[in-house]
Design a protein around this ligand. Structure first.
Ligand code: ZN
Length: 424
């Protein structure tokens, strides 16, 4: 008789707590014979209260407890009333909410645990995939909100995908666009603004006060993008057409929409977040997020010039707004905004510590050393291993950019502060 295979079972939320109270880890090893075992059977073996289990996650899909689990499967128990990000990520995200460019394969019908006050059916994520760049899919995106009295779009993306964006908007029946909101003027967010205005000349653009002049006369912005991102990337993104000065300004409350704009420096000095009722258009204030089958993947996005205190202050102010839902520029919708913002806050602190601790490693090996340091300590970043290979590769490349900003920041600190950081 072959030995039954050991299979790891993960437990989330209150199930995790129950395990912790018993002094056990949130992952259990169980044996599953070739013919499989049901989730119910395994839950009994692990002495988990059945009434607290909503379903079982088997190889990236949610099933009822009577589903047979094959040996070696990827298994997790999902507790009842899973909040926010886990619910969304695990694919038990409520049916009927269409935002987030969600992957059909990961969707399963389950009752929503709560109802947002803003009608999220009015919100659409338009993916701006860059097929010429490997791994640049489910990455750059635009958020369209079609209110009863107005339509707005956050971050039109680069010139290369304006035709696609316009086609999608037309397909969705957008005839008039009132506002284009820019979270920041980086080319992958705002490069296509001038081109989009040609299609929707009635639209007004809202941008950070410091960013306005760069979009009106984009030569310097283009040069800067070339320097930071290189020729290949900027050639694919396409040029930055100027935005007419009379179409662009900054306002902290945007007309009839009630949208509030907040200065949130960190990822960029000229970064904005926008709040529409309880929905936060977060841009890159909380870094970059990617869907993974289980849990969450987020990493900080901190190119130079990064200042920890400034970035933390921006996050704290967004946390204080207590938004319910947030949408990332890269990428997707998070159902529990404050949890995500808190994760981003913890990551900034942890990563800066990691940069300080690995600062003495030879420069050619520093990034690899930090990568390993992070895999050991950052349970959110560790999920990079769940990303498809092309997206994984993209994320590994951008890690360098994140580290450059953090390294410069750590180097700028007085010696004793640096030492205090690396001592934890
Ligand atoms: Zn970006």
């Amino acid at each position: 008789m072959p030995e039954p295979l050991m299979t790891s079972i993960r437990m989330y939320g209150c199930l995790h707590t129950i395990r912790k109270e018993r002094g056990l880890s949130s992952v259990a090893e169980v044996s599953i014979p070739e013919q499989g075992r049901t989730g119910r059977d395994l839950a009994r073996e692990l002495d988990l209260p059945l009434e607290k289990i909503e379903g079982v996650f088997i190889d990236h899909r949610v099933y009822g407890l009577d589903r047979l689990i094959p040996p070696g499967a990827d298994v997790a128990f999902v507790p009842t009333g899973v909040p926010g990000p886990h619910r969304y990520m695990l694919g038990i995200y409520a049916a009927g909410r269409t935002a987030g460019g969600s992957d059909r394969e990961h969707e399963a019908a389950a009752p929503s645990c709560r109802k947002a006050s803003l009608d999220l059916n009015r919100l659409t994520c338009i993916d701006l995939n860059q097929p010429l760049l490997e791994g640049f899919r489910r990455f750059i995106s635009s958020w369209l909100y079609r209110g009863e009295k107005f339509t707005l779009l956050v971050d039109p993306g680069p010139l290369s995908t304006i035709p696609h964006l316009v086609k999608e908007m037309r397909r969705l029946g957008v005839e008039r666009l009132d506002h284009i909101l820019l979270t920041h003027i980086h080319i992958d967010h705002a490069g296509g603004t001038g081109a989009l205005l040609r299609e929707f000349p009635e639209a007004r653009v809202i941008c950070h006060p410091e960013g306005v002049r760069h979009l009106v006369a984009p030569a310097k912005l283009w040069e800067g993008s070339r320097k930071v991102l290189g020729k290949l990337l900027t050639d694919v993104y396409g040029e930055i057409l100027p935005v007419p000065a009379d179409k662009i300004w900054f306002k902290d409350i945007i007309g009839e929409t009630g949208v509030r704009a907040f200065l949130t420096p960190g990822h960029a000095q000229h970064h904005l977040c926008f709040l529409l009722e309880d929905l936060l258009f977060a841009g890159e204030v909380a870094g970059v997020r990617s869907e993974v089958p289980e849990g969450i993947y987020i990493r900080p996005a901190t190119p130079p010039r990064f200042e920890l205190e400034v970035a933390l202050d921006s996050l704290d102010r967004m946390i204080a707004l207590a938004p319910r839902t947030m949408v990332f520029a890269h990428h997707g919708l998070a159902d529990d905004a404050v949890d995500h913002l808190q994760i981003a806050r913890r990551q900034l602190l942890l990563w800066v510590q990691g940069v300080a601790e690995t600062a003495s490693v030879d420069e050619s090996k520093r990034e690899e050393a930090l990568f390993r340091w992070l895999l050991e300590r950052d349970e959110i970043y560790r999920n990079i291993h769940q990303l498809p290979p092309d997206i994984h590769a993209r994320e590994r490349i951008f890690l360098g950019n994140t580290l450059r900003g953090m390294s410069e920041y750590v180097e700028s600190l007085p010696a004793e502060e640096r030492r205090a950081l690396s001592d934890g």
